[in-house]
Write a protein of this length. Structure first.
Length: 134
């Protein structure tokens, strides 16, 4: 559980720096979910899964990601950051759960594959390649 707390702390530092918050935004639940407190700029819910489900094993699953200002690069920047974090902590996949039309289009743009009609995943190595070509 200590590595998950370190993961939580890294995400918290990232969001605090990116969105200029002074207080901690992020906490880790007992069932390995990293979530943000309610605030005006970002809403985030990340599941940590080491076992296979409809998503591959060793997957960080974005269940909710919402920024108050859209289409200015926050999502891409966050995914680039999350890719580095996933590599550091040994996660091989990143998933997007229950994607709506906007997040589905975002996933496809980044090269995620569709698991079913609303869930997407991508190998971290593929995202690493994507971000290194930008």
């Amino acid at each position: 559980m200590i590595e998950y707390e370190e993961l939580r702390a890294e995400i918290d530092r990232y969001l605090m720096e990116r969105f200029k918050y002074r207080k901690s935004l992020v906490w880790l639940t007992v069932d390995k979910i990293i979530v943000t407190r309610r605030n005006s700029r970002v809403d985030f819910y990340l599941r940590i899964r080491k076992v296979e489900s409809c998503f591959p094993p060793d997957c960080l699953i974005i269940a909710r990601l919402n920024f108050s200002k859209e289409r200015i690069g926050h999502g891409t920047h966050f995914l680039s950051f999350l890719t580095g974090v996933a590599r550091k902590y040994g996660f091989n996949y990143i998933g997007i759960e229950c994607a709506n039309i906007k997040s589905g289009a975002f996933a496809k743009k980044l090269g995620f594959y569709s698991i079913d009609e609303e869930n997407y995943a991508i190998a971290v190595i593929n995202l690493t390649s994507y971000f290194s070509m930008e």
